[in-house]
Design a protein around this ligand. Sequence first.
Ligand SMILES: Nc1ncnc2c1ncn2[C@@H]1O[C@H](COP(=O)(O)OP(=O)(O)OP(=O)(O)O)[C@@H](O)[C@H]1O
Ligand SMILES: O=P(O)(O)OC[C@@]1(O)O[C@H](CO)[C@@H](O)[C@@H]1O
Length: 299
Amino acid sequence: MVYTVTFNPAIDYVVRMEKLKTGEVNRASYEEMFFGGKGINVSIVLNELGIKSKALGFTAGFTGEAIENGLMAMGIDADFVRLEKGNSRINVKIKTNEETEINGQGPHIDENALAALFGKLDKLKDGDTLILAGSIPNSLPSDIYEKILQRLSCRNIMTVVDATKDLLLNVLKYEPFLIKPNNHELGEMFGVKLTTIDEIEKYARKLQEKGAKNVLISMAGDGALLVDENGETHISGVCKGTVKNSVGAGDSMVAGFVAGSAEGDYEYALKLGTAAGGATAFSDGLATKEKITELLNTL
Ligand SMILES: Nc1ncnc2c1ncn2[C@@H]1O[C@H](COP(=O)(O)OP(=O)(O)OP(=O)(O)O)[C@@H](O)[C@H]1O
Ligand SMILES: O=P(O)(O)OC[C@@]1(O)O[C@H](CO)[C@@H](O)[C@@H]1O
């Protein structure tokens, strides 16, 4: 069974307008709401790819209820810890000729709620996959991903971590199956600006030396680089299409890679990840099965 964890789920409120004028009333020319948060996005795209997952994390209030109901309506098993106070956040994504995002802080998560999540994680079985993705609310300790991986370390659970900076660096010693920073996040982790593919590979290998098995570096419209667990480097371009929305492209890539890696064929996993990332970039919402298949056939 695949489990995703989203500590801070969101309703993504996407609006389009020609120009965003600060200090004025702006009128949208398009608006839509999507259920989001990185782990949830991975669950949604896995579902499109025919892989069932259980979405874990925390929800609160009427927005949290809407997220849970929405996921269940899509056929995704949701098993969130319900928080007593607050509301799951609404993240605002403003699309003009560029993308501006306002991501909320999210509700307070107390110790009891955290213990309830750990109780759910303790029920994972050998052979399960756990995908941890997204930011950590201020109310939680910043080493929470590390604590989870430490707790699971003596069990045979395949872990995927899509996080940045210390959150990611601190889990590498637990040898996650996959990590997927983007090229900017990779540079930030080492305090350098990476400009060439050779530099990106060099620093991806540093993350592998620290313990990660597969290191996938996404580069938005410039494709992706994978250093696989056998030490081989794979470079992928991007699919062709008109970009509508890059929100969730990285999560879609993670879902595609996980779905494609079941047979250990990492070249194929990278292709499926690239098709899923592209399918989201070229859609208003997240990638659909049809779009992913169409793009996969072009790679
Ligand atoms: N403009 C684009 N054109 C084609 N493919 C794209 C584009 N943007 C993203 N993709 C695909 O999606 C993958 C992941 O994108 P990206 O590097 O933006 O992830 P990310 O930074 O984690 O994004 P996010 O946090 O918004 O989900 C890319 O490697 C590429 O395959
Ligand atoms: O605030 P975080 O947790 O870092 O990111 C949250 C978020 O921007 O990530 C997803 C896209 O990757 C969106 O669905 C969601 O709004």
